[in-house]
Design a protein around this ligand. Structure first.
Ligand code: SF4
Length: 391
């Protein structure tokens, strides 16, 4: 049994409409079945409170993600926070984040979320250009986003993050600069930037198949990727992960928990969980599982078990994850930390691959710490592919 704190993720799989690029586990609904869904979440959290893998442990953070969690009322959010923290005490200063659509909540709602225990909001702004928002199928306007950030802060939620998408059809680097400038002018403490990816099954995928989506060439997307950290650094935001930037001390502790390999419990339709087993302080294996993805099935099955899929990870898989997740952070990974967590050094094969990647300019290292270079960040997927299986 371990008593390390863990992170709680609460999935809210409802949106008022589905954006044409989105492949998340989320469903457009005319009305959110709030009472039924909250009852299911409370049932699930209660079940895990009796589970020896979690009982007696503290919560390091709570994250309401989606979907659009801001479709839930402050009372509903408050019930989840209160119930979760009655079973698993929140560590002092624990981050409680809610993802919000800037077009939805009215001013009073932010005060309600704050009273419910939310101390950080993450707004899916995506762009400050009205045309690009329409192209992306977003419901809100640029002014809605500005107003939402200011209203949230006026309500006392001081930690605010915004998401920006780049690599949108026909986008130039200059228009990304306009978006970043507009975001940086707001009193936010955190920014996440994501390159648009076209996922199978989405309307954007179909449009691309028919040649109706003029995505920017890879070189332009790469130029944008290099431009973002330089621009944001001038405005006080330091990159701390491939896609995330923060003012000093404002990094997301919930997301950092994932990247550092901490345990997390996911509740709600399609939510994922992972618990690592330690022997004498050494990581030896892990269990990972996810809940039924369809909200109706999830709500129906939760009284028995909402888990629809599970897998076990051996130590070798955990060692790869140590590098795969840790290298996403600009602080990189520490080889002495690896030895402490796994009871010995990493394999010769892994060290050889890392040495090759360093010679090719994708990794840099000191005696103990290895991190991605700018080129490594730009080609991180191929770097991780080469590290896979080398542990
Ligand atoms: S609001 Fe977010 S979660 Fe919902 S469909 Fe759009 S991108 Fe997906």
């Amino acid at each position: 049994m371990t008593f390390r704190p863990f992170a709680l993720y609460v999935h809210v799989p409802f949106c008022s409409q589905k954006c044409p690029y989105c492949d998340f586990n989320t469903y457009a609904v005319p009305r959110v079945p709030e009472a039924e869904y909250i009852a299911a979440l409370l049932t699930e959290v209660g079940a895990f409170a009796r589970d020896s893998r979690f009982a007696g442990r503290e919560l390091s953070s709570i994250f309401f993600g989606g979907g659009t969690p801001s479709l839930l009322s402050p009372e509903a959010i408050g019930r989840i926070v209160a119930t979760a923290s009655s079973h698993f005490p929140l560590v002092a200063g624990a981050e409680v984040t809610l993802e919000a659509n800037p077009g939805h909540p009215c001013k009073e709602r932010y005060s309600g979320y704050r009273a419910a225990g939310v101390n950080r909001l993450s707004f899916g702004v995506q762009s400050f250009d009205a045309g690009r928002l329409t192209l992306l199928g977003r419901e809100h306007s640029p002014d809605d986003a500005r107003r939402a950030v200011r209203d949230a802060i006026a309500a006392g939620i001081n930690k605010v993050s915004v998401d920006i998408i780049f690599g949108v059809p026909e986008q130039e680097t200059g228009s990304l600069e306009v978006d970043l400038q507009a975001a940086a002018e707001l009193p936010i403490s955190h920014l996440s930037t994501y390159a648009l990816s076209i996922e199978p099954g989405t309307p954007f995928f179909q449009r691309q198949e028919r040649g109706l989506l003029a995505l920017p060439p890879d070189e332009r997307v790469a130029e944008m990727l290099s431009f973002i950290p330089i621009f944001l650094a001038k405005h006080g935001f330091a990159r701390y992960e491939i896609s995330n930037y923060a003012k000093p001390g404002q990094e997301s502790s919930h997301n950092s928990a994932y990247w550092s390999g901490a345990d997390y419990l996911g509740i709600g339709a399609g939510a994922h969980s992972c618990v690592t087993r330690y022997e004498s302080g050494v990581r030896v294996s892990a269990e990972r599982w996810s809940d039924y993805a369809l909200p109706a099935t999830y709500m129906q099955r939760v009284t028995e078990s909402a888990v629809s899929w599970r897998e076990s990870l051996d130590q070798r898989a955990l060692q790869f994850e140590f590098f795969y997740l840790g290298l996403r952070r600009t602080c990189g990974v520490s080889l002495s930390e690896f030895e402490r967590l796994f009871g010995g050094p990493c394999s010769e094969k892994m060290r050889g691959t890392m040495s090759d990647l360093a010679q090719e300019g994708f990794l840099e290292h000191t005696a103990d710490v290895i991190s991605l270079t700018e080129s490594g960040i730009a080609l991180s997927d191929s770097v991780f592919e080469r590290l896979a299986g080398q542990s």
